[in-house]
Design a protein around this ligand. Sequence first.
Ligand code: S3P
Length: 166
Amino acid sequence: MKTIYLTGFMGSGKSAAGWIAANLLNVPCFDLDAVIEKNAGKTIKELFEQEGEASFRLRESVLLQKMPKENCVVITGGGLPADQNNREYMMGVGHVVYLKTSFKEIMKRLTAPGEIDKRPVLKEKTAEEIELLYNKRKSFYEECSMVIATDGKTPQQVAEEMVKAF
Ligand code: S3P
């Protein structure tokens, strides 16, 4: 099986569904944000504060290409597909699965305690600004192999839908 790259906006449930899908497929799962944090010994928030966003983006693009090209699930950060090289790389190598969640549902999830705080790109942004970012990124996510609508579904249901396709 070609590697499955999971994409979608922050709060679309990539991590939850990704780990379940990898488990169902019996393949390893790599969460790029978690690997970056582990390698750096810093949280994403600290990396943004201390090194800046550009340095974080470089880390995620480099790491993306180090992931196995077969038999695994890669959970990407919400901003990774904004880079055209990253999109082309993923489409060239594997299956790109976009978890599509409505803005209303995203905001419900991101306003849960701690969620905004751990995502520096959302820092000091109004709901309108987050919606602008959501709309801007939509077309990037749509360059994919498969779309799964997630509203009203549990991570288990999303993962099962994904697994059935591969
Ligand atoms: C980001 C999303 C985050 C993380 C970083 C930047 C973004 O990942 O990579 O905070 O620009 O959308 P999640 O999508 O897992 O929250």
